[in-house]
Design a protein around this ligand. Structure first.
Ligand SMILES: [Fe+2]
Ligand SMILES: [Fe+2]
Length: 225
């Protein structure tokens, strides 16, 4: 777990310098969790212009009372990122949150389980939204494959995945272990296969037909989603 930087009680003009100082102190692969009282979009744009390719930005909670985002220092700073690397690292990050959730369920720590799952739910829905609204339309436009191509199949699977997310959330709130584990089994089953198809086919193909500047555009837009 990363350190928490809660800037809600700080004077607004001191916030940004404190945040950039925390980022400067991160070692490669480390992250901290920023807690703020509004959506920190201007901060993201400042990171994109001053620390291009050096950071990852993963929202964990998006209002209405608190906004939390994990800000990570990437292992290797490189502004020329690929879509494969970016979205694959989000898959791995979500896998980690889900296994933390399952540990909480196993230990019957229901409050932790619910918080873990909310983080996972937000992260995966956001990931799906980025794929469907930013990446897939580009893929369809470049390949001409719309109704019969891989994005069509992925979108059907997304619908199934979202149904399971609702089920797990509902059953976690109701503290029903057996229904949670059934739905979790179903989710991992479909997600494992789904992610593999994206990582081996759809993402690398997207990288191959997007130009360097288009790839960077996709990633920056996705971070702001
Ligand atoms: Fe997907
Ligand atoms: Fe994905």
């Amino acid at each position: 777990m990363g350190n928490i930087l809660d800037v809600r009680d700080m004077v607004p003009k001191e916030r940004h310098s404190k945040i950039f100082e925390s980022f400067k102190n991160l070692r490669p692969g480390e992250f901290f969790v920023l807690v703020n009282d509004h959506e920190p979009k201007p901060l993201l744009y400042q990171f994109q212009s001053e620390h291009d390719g050096e950071f990852d930005w993963w929202p964990l909670e998006q209002g209405p009372e608190a906004w939390r985002v994990a800000i990570a220092r990437r292992e290797e700073a490189n502004p020329n990122r690929t879509v494969t690397e970016y979205l694959e690292s989000d898959h791995r990050r979500l896998d980690d949150i889900f296994s933390r959730f399952q540990d909480s369920v196993k230990a019957r720590r229901w409050e932790d389980a619910l918080n873990d799952f909310k983080e996972f739910n937000l992260g995966l829905r956001r990931h799906i939204k980025v794929e469907e609204e930013i990446l897939f339309p580009l893929f369809e436009e470049k390949t001409g494959m719309i109704d019969s191509g891989p994005t069509f199949v992925m979108k059907m699977e997304h619908t199934e995945i979202k149904g399971l997310l609702d089920k797990i959330l509902e059953n976690t709130a109701a503290q029903d272990d057996s229904k949670v584990s059934n739905a979790s089994y179903g989710l991992l089953n479909i997600l494992g296969d789904h992610n593999m198809k994206e990582e081996h086919i759809l993402y690398p193909e997207s990288d191959s037909f997007l130009s360097e500047s288009e790839r960077i555009h996709v990633i920056k837009k996705s971070q702001a989603a």
